[in-house]
Design a protein around this ligand. Structure first.
Ligand code: NDP
Length: 284
């Protein structure tokens, strides 16, 4: 029986992935932070699914999860370090603690999880499926911290793919576009608090970020279900020769492929127009 660890399985992409792989016959270790999320997952899954209480910012919890996986005789066939968050805030005034938190959760904790479970992955010659984003290929205004974390995951994915190739361990990056999960509302709570606490942010960026919010609400309305990402993750885990990257959703296909090759002046103009932001300075 194939085994996989999915972190951040309490909601969204992680939950959809845990459920899909469980239904496909995998033994799923589902990382959650609360007992009630463990119970909810168990309720809708086969008896194979095993929730692990796993806060990926807690080194002891990661070590305990790795120890549990060490007991699996065949090792671990797949790791999906999916836990993450996203929030908006202009970089000029973004509290550094929030910036660090974003990088810590979306980037460093992913590597910490990978490192801890690599012995089990090696035993099974398993795969690493990293959750990037189309925002790992292009950066929009007001979400710089998120983009920094996802550009970082892109780099980690590319480096790991090459480093682990000699052992036949495959590393795949998943780049979803807008997906209908709780990440949007959770991020808005963080952004609201930041704006509330920073008069300078409100004064300098208030009107622009209001427009940005309208844009994000529109994007979120068109978001596709997390099950679409879960389906692609299953492909990445099972295809004999998976691609290095899978984009999920038309928006991701367009943005992640075209964004990086469009000249910056044109890119900035298109983004400003789409978000109805002030036009970029003609001299820049
Ligand atoms: P959700 O908010 O629905 O899920 C986030 C998950 O991460 C939750 O299970 C949450 O658990 C978990 N999590 C947060 N902090 C921690 C932590 N310290 N330790 C362990 N788990 C934690 O969002 P998504 O499903 O959308 O996000 C999943 C991944 O997909 C993220 O990496 C995100 O960047 C990426 N992604 C999402 C896109 C989208 O449009 N939704 C687009 C591109 C990429 P808890 O409930 O305990 O907080």
């Amino acid at each position: 029986m194939k085994t996989v660890l999915v972190t951040g399985a309490s909601s969204g992409i992680g939950r959809a992935t845990a459920r899909r792989l469980d239904a496909a016959g995998w033994k799923v270790f589902a990382g959650v932070r609360r007992e009630e999320d463990a119970a909810a997952l168990r309720a809708g899954s086969s008896s194979r699914l095993e929730p692990l209480i796993l806060d990926v910012l807690d080194a002891d919890a990661i070590a305990a999860a790795a120890e549990r996986l060490e007991a699996e005789p065949g090792g671990l066939d797949g790791l999906v370090p999916n836990a993450g968050s996203a929030f908006a805030g202009p970089l000029e005034t973004l509290p550094l603690d929030l910036f660090r938190e974003q990088l810590e959760l979306n980037l460093t904790a992913q590597l910490a999880t990978i490192q801890a479970v690599m012995p089990a992955i090696r035993r099974a010659r398993g795969r690493l499926i990293l959750i990037s984003s189309d925002g790992g290929r292009v950066a929009l205004p007001y979400t710089g911290a998120y983009h920094a974390s996802k550009y970082g995951i892109e780099a980690i994915g590319d480096s790991l793919r090459q480093e682990l190739a000699p052992w036949g361990i495959k590393v795949v990056l998943i780049l979803p576009g807008a997906i209908d999960t709780e990440i949007w509302t959770r991020g808005e709570v963080v952004a609201d608090k930041m704006f509330e606490e920073s008069p300078r942010t409100r004064e300098l960026y208030g009107s622009q970020t209001d427009k940005y919010r309208e844009f994000i609400h529109k994007v979120a309305k068109d978001a596709i279900p997390p099950e679409k990402v879960a389906a692609r993750i299953e492909v990445a885990l099972t295809k004999p020769r998976p691609r290095a990257r899978y984009m999920v959703g038309l928006d991701a296909q367009v943005v992640a492929r075209l964004g990086p090759v469009i000249p910056p002046a044109i890119f900035d103009w298109v983004i400003a127009k789409t978000m109805r932001l002030p036009k970029p300075d003609a001299d820049s």
